[in-house]
Design a protein around this ligand. Sequence first.
Ligand code: PEP
Ligand code: MN
Length: 335
Amino acid sequence: MLVVMRKRATREDLDRVIDRIRAHGWEAKPVPGGERTGIGVLRNEGAIDPALFLDLPGVRDVIPVTKPYKLVSREIHPDDTTIAFGGGEVVIGGGKLVLMAGPCAVESEKQAMTIARAVKQAGAVFFRAGAFKPRTSPYSFQGLGLKGLEILAKVREETGLFIITEATDHEVCDMVEEYADIIQIGTRNMQNYRLLRRAGQAGKPVLVKRGMWATVDEFLMAAEYVISEGNDRVILCERGIRTFTRHSRNTLDLNAIPFIRKESHLPIVVDPSHAAGRRDQVIPLARASAAIGVDGLLVEVHNEPEKAVSDGPQSLYPDQFQEMVAGLKQMNIEL
Ligand code: PEP
Ligand code: MN
């Protein structure tokens, strides 16, 4: 349920509503907006009688929230969420398409720095690379760990690129929170609720990738977990879901984008690389995503993909990334 306040409602009016919500053992979540201030009522079991609030001064309306996800929903938060970095020099959700690019994994300082310089020159503002890798096989490369995070910190220092990197579990999240500008939650962890809660307590924005088997409702509920812990700087990432196709690693669910836009105020980015699984499909999917209107692209780029320790076949060469960016500019996409 959402209690909508009048424009001229005072701080005291707001506090009175919050006190009444808390007196019932529920949680009050103020949602300031351009047009109105709302106060979400959370953790109630069963319906709430609107009359409970309608008699309070400053209350304009009481509206039921019909969706299972509350804080991610436009019903509670009608305005788009924007997330600023570097004092506003980069904004995710502000109308421009933000480019995040880099290898699947940090392999060495030289590799990371070489790729970072190339993607920066092409127009990327975030460097992506995993220091902790969730691999299907326990025998595959698992990432450089803390050393990888230290390399990422150097990349930021030398190139000015912001860093996005994955937290694979609860303990790793402590380290990643310290080094990253955005904490990435991977597809395999989208329903790791303990990790989502931990990310919700972090002081950094969180990018939640859609589970490869997850419905959009489950995806939005994962974001709800993060926000419910107090961190409302959440970015959604569509990265492809499993279908019966053999012509690609996954199927990029572009239908989800306009649906999510309608349902949620959160920014949404697309990862065409993991959707495709093969280099030749990445640029077309990036262009399609940009055309449908996304807030960013998360793209794997490697200077020597044939030697990459992970996801080489789907990694663009730096000049292909440049070509991708040129194509977006031709489409009049604001970067
Ligand atoms: C990645 O970004 O390299 C990654 C592991 O992504 P996903 O969780 O989508 O598979
Ligand atoms: Mn990868």
